[in-house]
Design a protein around this ligand. Structure first.
Ligand code: IMP
Length: 189
């Protein structure tokens, strides 16, 4: 069985990856060593910097993921600053910023980086459009889940099981691409 290190401190992200990749012959091992999340314009740049920072420190195959919530009416804010905004004002702060705003449209984006020793990093991107709720609902998941309603549902991510969230989510879509890649990679090995 292949071992892939997932560089993350986020148990929610780990659970989502384990569920999505569970029928492949791979074992996802969490490695919570941290890496700098630079201030950049895109998630891809943040992920790429993380990979370069970790390359000398992790000798085995690893993945990392960077995600963000881009709100239309706030011109894409918090976007690449989502982690900082979550830590400081949280989802209640976002609900406050959105008070009285009718355009609730938003998109979650996820970028997975996959790095094998001696090969360039590969990136898998997923997006999920949806709306910012007017009140927080649900207690599953993490981060902004209680205030995000994906298109095609009336419930927030926090009102869904991990499997159901994965079927809609930005990370689920990026993971599907990673899944297809790994399936072929395993066949060819
Ligand atoms: P990062 O990818 O860990 O930097 O995530 C950025 C911020 O967005 C964090 O505060 C996360 O809690 C939040 N976030 C990322 N993905 C999700 C998600 O699937 N649901 C809710 N919040 C998320």
């Amino acid at each position: 069985m292949r071992e892939i290190y997932f560089i993350t401190g986020n148990k929610g992200k780990l659970l989502e990856a384990e569920k999505k990749l569970s029928d492949l012959d791979v074992r996802i091992i969490q490695k919570n060593i941290g890496y700098p999340e630079i201030q950049a314009d895109t998630l891809e740049e943040v992920a790429e910097f993380g990979v370069q920072y970790l390359v000398d420190k992790v000798k085995d195959t690893f993945i990392l993921e960077d995600a963000g919530l881009f709100i239309d009416a706030l011109k894409g804010f918090p976007g690449v600053y989502s982690a900082y905004v979550y830590k400081t004002i949280g989802f209640n702060g976002i609900l406050k910023l959105m008070e009285g705003i009718r355009d609730r449209g938003a998109v979650f984006r996820s970028v997975y980086a996959y790095k094998e020793p001696d090969s360039p990093a590969l990136f898998f991107i997923g997006e999920c459009r949806g709306a910012i709720a007017t009140k927080n609902r649900g207690s599953n998941g993490f981060g902004f889940d209680p205030i995000f309603i994906p298109s095609g549902s009336t419930r927030t991510f926090a009102e869904m099981s991990t499997e159901e969230k994965n079927s809609f989510s930005h990370r689920g879509k990026a993971l599907e691409k990673l899944y297809d890649f790994l399936e072929n990679r395993i066949k060819l090995a």
